[in-house]
Design a protein around this ligand. Sequence first.
Ligand code: NAD
Length: 357
Amino acid sequence: MPTNSFVHDTLGQRVVLEAGGAAKNLAAEVSRLGADRIMLIASDAEADLADRVAAGLPVALRWTEVIQHVPVELAERAREAAASAAVDLLVPVGGGSTTGLAKAIALSARVPIVAVPTTYAGSEATAVWGLTEGRHKTTGVHPSVLPVTVVYDSTLTLSLPVGLSVASGFNALAHCVDSMWASGSDPINRTLALEGIRVLAAGLPKVVADPSGIEGRDECLYGAYLSAVAFASAGSGLHHKICHVLGGTYNLPHAETHAVVLPHVLALNAPAVPEIGLRIGRALGGDEPVAALERLRASVGAPRALKDAGFDEADIRDAAARILPVVPPSNPGPVDRRVLEALLRAAWAGETPVGAA
Ligand code: NAD
């Protein structure tokens, strides 16, 4: 895309990032927004983190039921509870599922969100919402679901197990890589995406080497933000279309699915756009992008096989048929049913992606 011809929207959002500063910074945002009836959303696994950051705040309702991909029945229950408690601010403290529930409430209730993320999923920096009905996941974009403020504090991610930290970091990397060729890709979001790749590739090995160290956690959280801003602007590419179907239809774990699928999509697309592939490879600290991503995967022990994430080999044909109609027309690599089935089979088995030899 030429740099002298594009249309780029930047989403309006305040970002406050300070290791150890979440409680203070969240209190300042609550006071700035004049909120006095907060709905605090955090799953049981995130409860201690929520206690830490929300102590002393005017919490009118505490919500603990959180389910990945936000089933519509759960969203309805949470919306009714929010309305009965007349809440005036939603504060999700947790991963993408917790943020996602807050978004589902905001979508209908038009109550603002101040998000306190504790994984690298990045949902907090996008205006994308998602709801699942049965085996079908629907997503949409609406300005009302974009948190007005994100409060980042890397000390809140210290309790995220290393395996989940790595998978979640690869979810963020996937936002960056897909942003390089999604339909809304432009020079601004590509710059953010490449910096996101560079920061995540530096941070993830530090998290693995020293899970309780702040430096790597800080880098991953900042990289997650960059990745989400790039993705929010560039839109969904092939990678996200594949993972959306896999997650929504077969209920696979979000971060792990992204981590496994990413190298296979990179191997498919990079040869079709070598200049972009080279930029991705350099951001990863090498040249050839698939090999560079493989080195990173190996060094941090990233998940490799969809069969380990609960995907059944017998569902490969069905999944390919579901993905085919949503393949972005702008995807650089050639895609047909046969290509998708081969990609899914390689990802299912945990094979080395083509191009990484
Ligand atoms: P998640 O929110 O389901 O969290 C995974 C697990 O980690 C949960 O059990 C959670 O309780 C736990 N956890 C979270 N933070 C923790 C911490 N600091 N310490 C210990 N445990 C912690 O998983 P996720 O990968 O963060 O988010 C996935 C969901 O987010 C999916 O539904 C996905 O569709 C959505 N998502 C949406 C967007 C968007 O733009 N709308 C972007 C990315 C992800």
